[in-house]
Write a protein that binds this ligand. Structure first.
Ligand code: PBG
Length: 308
């Protein structure tokens, strides 16, 4: 019997890379399996001229993929964990989290080799509120300019001279085989990464046990514990995918160490919290760090950003 798994994926080069990566890993683990890609456009790919926070960023890049699975046109969807909403529609689950790529943000520039080299008033491109608030808090002099589109589009805008530097995820640049674009990796102390950054997740139908058994070969337990803690923090903060929230977990001495950050996009306020717990306590750890942020007043900033 040869089974086929159909992967719903966005058409951007990064999404296609991730889908092909999962396809390759699946056929490597199960040589008799046939894997096909079902590429599709999502609302998030189509609305490229409005800041995401204003168009209700939540799930913008995943809805079409989920509908395809629920309607039986695809079996799994491969996502950047960074873009996956905290809750799933009925009938779908996040079943697998693959091994994480470098989670750090990257400083990308044609003229400067690090954030600290930027002259006063330099123009930095990013549309991420998380990157924006942390940049502004350290360097109030920088001019932050909106930057949308897929990775290649963003790089083209940098090359056209619209920015002195841009910030992108290291993982995306490595996957697209452009390591030379990374002038410096930003430490978590400089810019705390986004929830799930660098990790690829696989969603499938809740009742599709046969597919789930095949997916088990791709599960990476350490990454899953880290991303679970990060997502639990985000869930407690009611964070969508476009929020001034950083959340980053590492494993140090067999313990999860979670750091969280909520910042005002204008850089005026920044709340940070951290805690450690055993890997089995990932969910509680996320909630604990979220509660510590809320206790400092982070909810006021989030309310303002969400506009209610
Ligand atoms: N927001 C888009 C997005 N979603 C995931 C990645 C990078 C890959 C990853 O984090 O897994 C990117 C590009 C970027 O932020 O530079």
């Amino acid at each position: 019997m040869t089974r086929t798994i159909r992967i719903a994926t966005r058409k951007s080069p990064l999404a296609m890379w991730q889908a092909e990566y999962v396809a390759a890993r699946l056929t490597e683990a199960h040589p008799d399996l046939t894997v096909t890609l079902v590429p599709m456009s999502t609302k998030g790919d189509k609305i490229l001229d409005t800041p995401l926070a204003k168009v209700g960023g939540k799930g913008l890049f995943v809805k079409e993929l989920e509908v395809a699975m629920l309607e039986g046109r695809a079996d799994i969807a491969v996502h950047s964990m960074k873009d996956v909403p905290v809750d799933f529609p009925d009938g779908l689950i996040l079943h697998t989290i693959c091994e994480r790529e470098d989670p750090r943000d990257a400083f990308v520039s044609n003229n400067y080799s690090a954030l600290d080299d930027l002259p006063e008033g330099a123009v930095v491109g990013t549309s991420s509120l998380r990157r924006q608030c942390q940049l502004r808090a350290q360097r109030p002099d920088l001019v932050i300019k909106d930057l949308r589109g897929n990775v290649n589009t963003r790089l083209a805008k940098l090359d056209a001279g619209e920015y002195d530097a841009i910030i992108l995820a290291t993982a995306g640049l490595l996957r697209l085989e452009m390591p030379e674009r990374i002038k410096a990796k930003l430490t978590p102390e400089q810019i705390l990464p986004a929830v799930g950054q660098g990790a690829v997740g696989i969603e499938c139908r809740a009742e599709d046990k046969e597919t789930q058994t095949l997916l088990n070969a791709l599960q990476h337990d350490d990454t899953a514990a880290r991303v679970t803690a990060e997502r639990a923090m985000n869930l407690r903060l009611q964070g969508g995918c476009q929020v001034p929230i950083g959340s980053y977990a590492e494993i140090i001495d067999d313990q999860l160490w979670l750091r969280g950050l909520v910042g005002h996009p204008d850089g005026s306020k920044q709340f940070t919290a951290e805690a450690k717990a055993p890997l089995s306590e990932a969910l509680n750890l996320g909630e604990q760090v979220a509660d510590a942020l809320l206790a400092q007043g982070a909810d006021e900033v989030l309310k303002e950003v969400y506009g209610n």
